[in-house]
Design a protein. Sequence first.
Length: 148
Amino acid sequence: MPAFVDTTFNVVHVDDLAAGHLLALERGRVGRSYIVGGENLPMREFLAVLAKSTGLPAPTRLVPRSVALGVGALSQLVQGRILHREPSVALEAARMSTTNMMFSDQRARSELGYLPRPAAQAIADSARWFVENGYVDAKRLGRISLSA
């Protein structure tokens, strides 16, 4: 990633998400809804944790939301419509990257006993999974040094 947008999103380990759904099934009250989330992390912090987990550098350039949306629209037009290829930056991904997605899982914690692990562990485990399952190209794979 050459740059990032100032946004915040909720990071949860996939195993905790599944466990939270089971807790809602077993302990949830009829008519109640539960958010089974994790930590709300600013993008800068998320990228720093990811860099620490992979040994790759974190991007340092912050771009305005308007630039991210413009790049997404341009990529969609040129690569998608004109060249009939998958856009490098899908417009919907650019829209999502400019939206703050913060949530509170307090009700799930207090009513269900939901306890997600730290976001840093979720990020490290996800990075490891992507590497182990062949989702990282060979060029980047050689530069990754997964932390324990």
